[in-house]
Design a protein around this ligand. Structure first.
Ligand SMILES: *[C@@H]1O[C@H](CO)[C@@H](O)[C@H](O)[C@H]1NC(C)=O
Ligand SMILES: [Zn+2]
Length: 378
């Protein structure tokens, strides 16, 4: 089902049709939960390697890019990794062309070919601000990248199980509209001097422009690489204990906001959140379709995509945390329970979107908990 595409103006009816929600049992005993070994700021296998300066074109940037590649190769071997590269002059580099590298990882059902697959896109920027020197950008956006890395790992085995069973169970594969999933870690979001239309979101602008004109083979369901983005979920400035409240920014994707808000409520209700930051994070679940949405207020990587008609769920606080663009935006000022809860919520959202209820292995979940318990007991 891919009804969301046709839901503008009708989304209330559509949300009821397009989703089967995740059961409490799946949230508790199926979906793998984040572990300390992933999110420790010094040793965490997912997060720690991103907590370094990573200005575009520098060694730090390459190191983090390499971390993404190694992680997907090792943990997610069924995913296809590609890069989309560009160069641009900036206000601070004179005549030099600065390179920007977008990291793209994709997983589609094995019987499909690109062009016929609608994809859920999970997106964050991985570059860090050039000044102040040594700036880490922990919430901006090292932690969001880590949340996404956890989320796709958490659902990967269930995806395999679902797609394998669809191939063997006499499923009418031609009838089902295939859905895939894609991760975009974008470069050059930050301005080098001052945020303007040309000094910001270098990677996103290049990618949106390229995909707008890059064609799939003739007769494909989707014409361009941009058309197959069913939903663009952008995480930014998350992981601080402060002000995590996120408005519903976009009318066209409000239905997806509502689903995430309901998952947040469920996870809290089941006692599965570890953080104690103000709740709810997603307070606009009951916002009416006719109220106003401030679609273009927040400048971020989604702008060149919404400008081309892509549906965007923008997960950014309405008020930026105090550490924003300060040296204090470092690992020590992350609230790790909040980071892990966002990772869990993102995983739950992706699992529900990909309709994975019933495909998680409770034994694997239990085993992971054992490992965790024995470690904390030492
Ligand atoms: C893009 O840049 C990365 C990092 O320098 C490099 O590894 C990759 O081969 C480049 N990809 C393309 C398609 O040029
Ligand atoms: Zn920033």
């Amino acid at each position: 089902m891919r009804l969301s595409r046709y839901c503008t103006g009708l989304w209330l009816a559509c949300t009821a049709l397009a989703y089967s929600t995740l059961s409490d049992d799946t949230l508790k005993n199926g979906l793998p939960h984040p572990q300390k070994s992933d999110f420790d700021i010094h040793t965490g296998s997912i997060l720690a390697p991103i907590l370094i300066p990573r200005v575009p074109g520098t060694e730090g940037s390459l190191k983090v890019l390499n971390h993404f590649v190694q992680y997907f190769r090792k943990e997610l071997p069924d995913w296809t990794i590609t890069f989309q590269n560009s160069t641009s002059k900036t206000p601070v580099h004179g005549d030099k062309e600065v390179p920007f590298v977008n990291f793209i990882a994709t997983r589609d059902p094995p019987w499909t070919r690109p062009g016929n697959v609608a994809r859920l896109n999970l997106v964050a920027h991985y570059d860090s601000l050039i000044k102040p020197e040594g700036f880490i950008g922990a919430i901006d956006s090292a932690a969001p990248c880590a949340m996404i890395m956890h989320a796709v790992k958490a659902i990967d085995a269930a995806l395999t199980k679902k797609w394998t069973s669809m191939q063997t169970d006499d499923f009418d594969l031609d009838f089902e509209e295939p859905r895939g999933i894609q991760v975009l870690f974008l470069d050059g979001e930050e301005a080098f001097q001052r945020w303007t239309d040309t000094d910001s979101i270098y990677g996103a602008r290049s990618l949106a422009a390229e995909w707008d004109t890059k064609r799939h083979p003739a007769m494909s369901t989707f014409k361009s690489y941009l058309d197959d983005i069913e939903l663009f979920v952008l995480l930014d400035l998350l992981g601080s204990a402060e002000n995590p409240s996120i408005p519903s920014w976009q009318h066209t994707s409000h239905w997806s906001y509502v689903h995430m808000a309901k998952l947040e409520q469920k996870l809290r209700g089941l006692g599965l959140f570890k953080s104690t930051t103000g709740a709810p994070w997603l307070p606009d679940a009951d916002k009416s379709e006719t109220s106003s949405f401030r679609s273009y207020v927040m400048q971020d990587d989604h702008i060149p995509f919404i400008a081309r008609g892509v549906h965007v769920l923008h997960l950014i606080p309405g008020q930026f945390p105090r550490v924003w663009h300060k040296m204090d935006d470092n690992g020590d000022n992350l609230d790790i329970p909040t980071v892990e809860d966002w990772a869990l919520l993102t995983a739950a959202f992706a699992a529900e979107y990909m309709e994975l209820d019933g495909f998680f292995d409770p034994a694997a979940h239990a085993k992971r908990d054992d490992v965790l318990t024995s470690k904390t007991e030492l």
